[in-house]
Design a protein around this ligand. Sequence first.
Ligand code: VGL
Ligand code: ZN
Length: 199
Amino acid sequence: MSSFSYDAETALVVVDVQNDFADRNGSIYVTGGEEVVPAINAEIARARSAGAHVAYTADWHPQSTPHFAKDGGIWPVHCVGDTWGAQFHPNLIVDGPVVRKGTGGEDGYSGFSVRDPESGHITATGLAEQLERWGVKTVAVCGLATDYCVKETALDGASEGYGVILLEHAVRAVNLEPGDGERALAEMAEAGCRLVPAT
Ligand code: VGL
Ligand code: ZN
């Protein structure tokens, strides 16, 4: 299971390691969110030394969006562009392109695409284009949160034809319902993603 190694055709995709998810004072604090930071930094170092690529996603919302409970959605206000909550955790090594999602008020769960909650219209974020420029075949996914943005990014990656590695030690779940994180891992495995424990 732990035979995964980085190479030049692999990209580490670091999902939404932002203060609102990773800091205790964040508005959607994911339990243990700060614990993924050193684990992800170690993955970044491993990726870099093997000539692999590193890309980041960031949830980046306007002040009002149907994604927020106050505007008809389900989430507390979080990751409003250019606020503290939207900034990456201060200890995260940021060394690669950042793909922002949700900037136009869409639901931006997947790093690959955003969805207009009213029309259902789906737009690419630019992540796939970046991976194509790099000649990437495999994506290793880590970050927050297992049951939302990590899951949707991994599932989209698999359906776009990438080999998907899910770095189990470097993700954490929101768990709105107990077990959501475990169910998300099962769903990803079912879709062909390879779950890889700490190496
Ligand atoms: C996320 C809830 C709302 C995530 C983003 O990054 O997993 N979760 N927006
Ligand atoms: Zn969001």
